[in-house]
Design a protein around this ligand. Structure first.
Ligand code: NAD
Length: 361
């Protein structure tokens, strides 16, 4: 299969971690007879330095012309004093808007080899934690009308929360399709005991469920979900929820895994062209030192294969290689604990070891 990938290396550790992920994708091509071609895209601080703009239109167009986009991270102290609309992070917002991605998908997975890094009790971790939060990204209370008014002698702030059936249906479909590619269970999270928007959310999810008889749907109130994520996270496969609930729950879920450097993410819209990136930032404190953990980016590349290119076997190949390297005791500094006798490696060596362990399934 031929695929064309736009590559945003970005700033800080971005070029280092993306470099390793590209080598992993090249290995997939060799093992499975695919052809991936890459176009470099300038975004973030490096684009400000080169073009005076964090994402010039010509660079955005390269992303829109591709089959998928792989991103490292953008930003850093060098651009802290750049005025608001020209900040590196604005490039990211423009990219998401330009690509029309309305779904952010973040796995919360504890690798058994790193279980000790989780803040949860061992007895909870031992049951296994491996779920995805599918969060609506461009609707809800963050995008409703905001107003601050004077009323009866005091200041009143108003934030509007609205969702249309169509907005709920399109994110719901991503949730159900994701569940189809995983454990075939989806939990719809809302606050239907209080909010009209949540009651609509729930009814749309149940209507959609009729189209996905192979996927088991359950409902959960958001306050209960926040408790269940720390009490019994092994019950979840896919969690689908609206923007603000997802914002909060996905941060909670990433904390229980214990390592920011290990977590990939995807953002998807109406077509299969998605944006894949680790959840961490550009880590300027360790940039250029060969200390970064490339696994979050390498697993983002695996998500790209699974969700944009329908290459589940190839995605498994990458994930199994990561697991094998962790089994062998290799760790980058961020996931190394002193008491385990593990072997400390740098970013490049971690990438090399993962490639060495990739086998055709
Ligand atoms: P950060 O995620 O970059 O770093 C937080 C801490 O985690 C640092 O100590 C860093 O060294 C460590 N860390 C992060 N990723 C790591 C990895 N792969 N391997 C090993 N250690 C890792 O967050 P921050 O320091 O708050 O932000 C730094 C810059 O990144 C800021 O300019 C911020 O705006 C930007 N940022 C960008 C994105 C993005 O591009 N999507 C996301 C978040 C932050």
């Amino acid at each position: 299969m031929k695929k064309h990938i736009a590559v945003i290396r970005g700033d800080g550790i971005g070029p280092e971690i993306v470099g390793e992920a590209l080598k992993v994708l090249d290995r997939i091509c060799a093992l499975y007879d695919h052809e991936f071609t890459y176009t470099d895209v300038d975004m973030g601080g490096c684009a400000i330095d080169k073009w005076g703009d964090p994402l010039p239109q010509a660079e955005l167009s390269k992303c829109l012309d591709s089959d998928s986009v792989l991103l490292g991270a953008v930003g850093g102290p060098k651009w802290n004093d750049v005025p608001g609309p020209m900040r590196p992070e604005k490039g990211l917002l423009r990219l998401r808007a330009g690509m029309g991605v309305y779904s952010n998908n973040r796995p919360a997975k504890i690798w058994p080899q790193l279980a000790g890094a989780s803040p949860l009790k061992q007895s909870i971790v031992d049951k296994g934690i491996d779920f995805i939060i599918v969060r609506e990204l461009i609707g809800g209370i963050y995008f409703g009308a905001h107003n601050t008014i004077e009323e009866d002698g005091e200041t009143v702030a108003i934030d509007e929360l609205r969702y249309s059936e169509q907005e709920i249906e399109r994110i719901g479909r991503i949730g159900f399709e994701t569940a189809r590619k995983r454990g075939k269970k989806i939990c719809s999270v809302e606050k239907s005991n209080v909010l009209d928007s949540s009651r609509l959310w729930k009814s749309v999810m149940h209507r959609l469920a009729e189209e996905y008889p192979d996927v088991e749907l359950s409902d959960m109130l958001v306050d209960n979900c926040a408790m269940q994520i720390v009490k019994n996270p092994s019950q979840f496969d896919v969690v689908v929820t609206e923007n603000m609930f997802g914002d909060i729950l996905s941060d909670e879920a990433s904390m229980i895994t214990g390592s920011i450097g290990m977590i990939p993410s995807s953002s998807l819209g109406a077509d299969s062209c998605g944006l894949y990136e680790p959840i961490h930032g550009s880590a300027p404190d360790i940039a250029g030192m060969d200390l970064a953990n490339p696994i979050g980016t390498i697993l983002s590349a695996a998500m790209m294969l699974r969700y944009s290119f329908d290459m589940a076997v190839e995605a498994d190949c990458i994930e199994n290689a990561v697991s094998a390297v962790l089994d062998q005791g290799y760790r980058t500094a961020d996931i190394l604990s002193s008491d385990t006798g593990c072997i400390k490696v740098g970013c490049r060596e971690m990438g090399r070891l993962i490639i060495e362990n990739m086998k055709r399934e």
